[in-house]
Write a protein that binds this ligand. Structure first.
Ligand code: NDP
Length: 298
């Protein structure tokens, strides 16, 4: 019988994950179908209950439900627990296990960004949503010693710092108010800049003015586009990558969790490019319908 995997979010209609995962199932000869379920908050718990049945290999969860799903899950992996967010679900019988594959997705993107250079120890992170949580956890885990988080609403950045209290006890993780001069002075001391805000997703805006970028910066934008930030970073000589690697590797990690097989990365990458050329977008960061943006997670 054909097994099912669902992406549950709101909205999900234009998701790239469908194309990427279906191509992977087909390439590996796995009889499974990847479905998109658009579920607002009110019907979300029922959708999660449905996934407990034998028909399902598991699920992906996306904006705006990644945090909301946590109490509905029976067991969380270390990454899901640490970030407080779940983007992938597997089944153990009728029990559900929550994973956060944005963390290994980000780690793959960071490795690519740094390349053969020595892993830096200081980073500036813009944003404090679900995506930023995966980023900060990935940076802590790889040994960063100072991470400064800037967010439009400072209290959310402070909440993030508090959330990581224990895992960050050995290092300097702090929230700072979103002022250009403070961001500039922090960037002057840092090597890695990650944009985990959605600024640039649907507009041609950059979260920071080009003048405060310096050429030694390694810049990663989680947005799966050549954003203004990336263009300006490149023009001052920075290494600057978009969110493609993270998206691909979070999907690859999810595929392996559902199937126990290595993910066909080439096939998935190709499917992403084709779907994107056809006008599809990542469900990550799609405008979240009638949900307030602050409730959305990465
Ligand atoms: P959230 O909705 O959880 O967080 C959005 C973040 O963007 C918040 O920090 C928010 O600040 C900030 N923000 C939004 N609009 C503005 C604005 N106009 N000015 C200043 N700050 C703003 O989203 P996610 O964390 O899930 O996603 C963030 C970005 O990361 C998205 O663009 C998404 O596409 C991308 N992403 C990519 C992934 C990938 O695989 N490549 C994975 C996950 C995310 P505030 O709290 O003040 O509202």
């Amino acid at each position: 019988m054909t097994k099912r995997v669902v992406l549950i979010g709101h909205p999900v209609a234009h998701s790239l994950s469908g194309a990427m995962q279906q191509a992977a199932f087909d390439a590996r000869g796995i009889d499974a179908r990847y479905e998109l379920w658009d579920r607002p908050a009110i019907s979300f718990p029922d959708a999660i209950s449905e996934v407990r049945s034998d028909d399902f290999l598991g699920a992906n969860v996306t904006i705006p439900h990644k945090e909301r799903v946590v109490p509905l899950i029976d067991r969380l992996t270390e990454e899901a627990q640490a970030t407080g967010a779940v983007n992938t679900i597997t089944r153990e019988g009728r029990r559900l296990v929550g994973h956060n594959t944005d963390v290994p997705g980000f780690s793959a993107a960071l490795d690519k960004l740094v390349g053969r250079a020595k892993m830096p120890r200081q980073a500036v992170v813009l944003g404090a949503g679900g995506g930023a949580r995966a980023v900060v956890y990935g940076l802590i885990r790889v040994g960063f010693q100072r991470i400064v988080v800037f967010n439009r609403h400072l209290h959310r950045a402070e909440g993030l710092v508090k959330h990581f209290g224990k895992s960050a006890a050995h290092m300097d993780l702090r929230a700072m108010p979103w002022h250009e001069s403070i961001i500039e002075s922090e960037l002057a001391k840092t090597k890695v800049l990650v944009n985990a805000t959605s600024i640039g997703l649907t507009t041609d805006l950059s979260p920071v003015p080009a003048e405060i970028l310096h050429r030694e910066l390694l810049v990663l934008d989680l947005i799966y586009n050549r954003t203004r930030l990336l263009q300006e970073a490149e023009s001052v000589g920075c290494v600057a990558n978009d969110g493609e690697t993270m998206l691909l590797h979070q999907g690859a990690a999810a595929f392996t969790l559902w199937t126990g097989q290595a993910a066909p990365l080439d096939v998935m990458g190709q499917a992403l490019s084709t779907a994107r050329a056809g006008g599809l977008r990542s469900a990550e960061g799609e405008p979240a319908g009638d949900e307030p943006a602050a409730a959305a997670t990465g």
